[in-house]
Design a protein around this ligand. Structure first.
Ligand code: CAO
Length: 447
């Protein structure tokens, strides 16, 4: 069997073009027309195919080499059935993307190749939603089209696997997508589908992997496993943050009178031991607002919104082992003292790690109060399958103009995060208006 030189054919004006992909290796058996390398100039990229079939004995080039017409790419043992044509005689250059070919600088391949180019361009562009003329390769205004950078072979491979190349991150020169990138993407999607939601390596979202850093290189460290609660709540928070389009509406309520009322109630109830908490008033106010805006007391189920006719209010509790959300059932049927007693019992159970699973189920809306700790506003994460959550920060005095003078107003910051698939911004603003009105004058709660 004769060993022959496989050379770069006539590639028109392309000279000293860089090899950005080597698609074969020594020992491979190649067929006629099979792509050997991809080259790229500053205007376009193209694959150089084999003009004879056979076994590659030795590669004469490597990634990054510059080639021109006549450069020997490989030594090949031609198979018996192979074309007897010389390696350099057939020039078939398939452009990567018609959009990247500048007409003036394009090579002048034979008629068959032109037809092939137009066909390839049509395929690629119809795949990418870019219109082309029927008989020629049109330049496209790339400013409006963000295209993945990949060779036709990689595109064909991606098409075969049903991979959308816009989602694949290229690791090649100029972020070019390689076969390995497509394989890596597919592996990532498969492993993400079977991995727990907490894996968080970013592969499922087409993101670069999480950085692996040897922290010990920079100073002393102490690794500690996450608590069971942190692992569970982290996975839930991660899913909810990623899957729900959150928007947070910030507002403020005047609680000057309410706080005075709460303090006086607590003085009166010194004997009974009941402590009226701001959380209790907030739960009452939230229930009233939920009754006025039932879509906040609902859950998405496919194309349906499931409205609930019960009011089970969850509240975030900070515990030594992490965040938990006990649920106060039937908050609409309970008075303030009962709510205060039950929430403090549930909070104690949470801190002691004694909450039963049923204590944390069935919530229809949640409150996250950081008021006793600090902060001005924050963005609470919705507790799916609920559709909204109220964050409460530390109250503070601000001077408010009453028409004659500035008076001190005890102000409570409210941060209402809502699922924008279910709730519109206007509804969120109205929900906060109801809360503000109630907290500003709690007599409204009996209306
Ligand atoms: N502004 C100012 N002070 C406030 C306040 C507010 N909004 N809310 C409560 N306080 C004060 C109270 O007046 C009380 O002060 P005193 O001890 O002087 O009476 C103190 O903070 C504790 O209040 P409390 O006993 O009423 O408890 P609470 O309602 O603040 O908190 C609970 C109960 C379970 C919500 C709380 O212990 C907790 O765990 N909060 C953290 C929730 C959390 O981590 N959220 C973030 C989740 S991640 O999104």
């Amino acid at each position: 069997m004769a060993t022959m030189e496989l050379k770069v054919p006539d590639i028109g004006d392309f000279k000293d073009v860089e090899i950005i992909e080597v698609l074969v290796k020594a020992g491979d058996t190649v067929a006629v027309e099979q792509s050997l390398i991809t080259v790229e100039s500053d205007k376009a990229s193209m694959e150089i195919p084999a003009s004879i079939a056979g076994k590659i004995v030795e590669l004469k080039i490597k990634l990054g080499d510059k080639v021109s017409e006549g450069t020997v790419l490989a030594m090949i043992e031609a198979s018996a059935a192979s074309s007897t044509a010389e390696a350099s005689s057939a020039a078939v250059a398939t452009p990567d993307s018609a959009a990247s070919v500048a007409p003036a600088a394009a090579p002048t391949p034979p008629a068959a190749a032109i037809a092939q180019m137009a066909e390839a361009a049509k395929t690629i562009q119809s795949m990418e939603g870019v219109a082309v003329g029927p008989a020629h390769v049109s330049p496209v205004d790339e400013s409006n089209v963000v295209k993945p950078h990949a060779s036709p072979a990689v595109r064909a491979f991606a098409r075969e696997l049903g991979v959308d190349l816009t989602k694949v991150r290229g690791s090649g020169p100029k972020q070019r997508i390689t076969m390995d990138d497509v394989r890596g993407y597919v592996k990532g999607v498969i492993s993400a589908a079977s991995a727990p939601a907490s894996s968080g390596d970013g592969a499922a979202l087409g993101l670069i992997p999480w950085p692996k850093v040897d922290f010990a290189k920079f100073g002393p460290i102490e690794p500690k496993p996450l608590s069971r609660i942190k692992k569970l709540s982290g996975a839930n928070l991660h899913r909810n943050w990623v899957m729900i389009p959150h928007v947070t509406n910030n507002d403020e309520a005047d609680i000057t009178d309410l706080e005075n009322f709460r303090v006086s109630l607590n003085k009166e109830s010194d004997q009974t031991g009941v402590k009226y908490t701001m959380l209790g008033f907030l739960i009452k106010a939230v229930v009233a607002a939920l009754k006025k805006h039932p879509e906040f007391n609902a859950s998405l189920d496919g194309d349906q919104l499931v409205y609930k006719h019960y009011y089970h209010i969850g509240f975030a509790a900070d515990t030594p082992n992490g965040l938990v959300v006990p649920v106060l059932r039937d908050a609409d049927k309970k008075g303030l003292s009962e709510i205060a007693r039950e929430t403090s019992e549930l909070a104690k159970k949470a801190r002691d790690g004694k909450l039963a699973p049923t204590d944390m189920q069935g919530g229809t809306f949640s409150i996250s109060s950081l008021g006793g700790i600090g902060g001005t506003h924050f963005t609470p994460i919705i507790n799916a399958p609920e559709v909204a959550i109220l964050g409460v920060s530390k109250s503070y005095y601000k001077p408010v103009w009453n028409g004659k003078e500035f008076v001190p107003q005890l102000t409570l910051p409210l941060s209402l995060s809502y699922d924008h698939r279910v709730i519109d911004g206007a509804a969120a603003a109205r929900f906060n208006n109801v809360l503000r009105a109630l907290l500003g004058d709690f007599r409204r709660a009996v209306l």
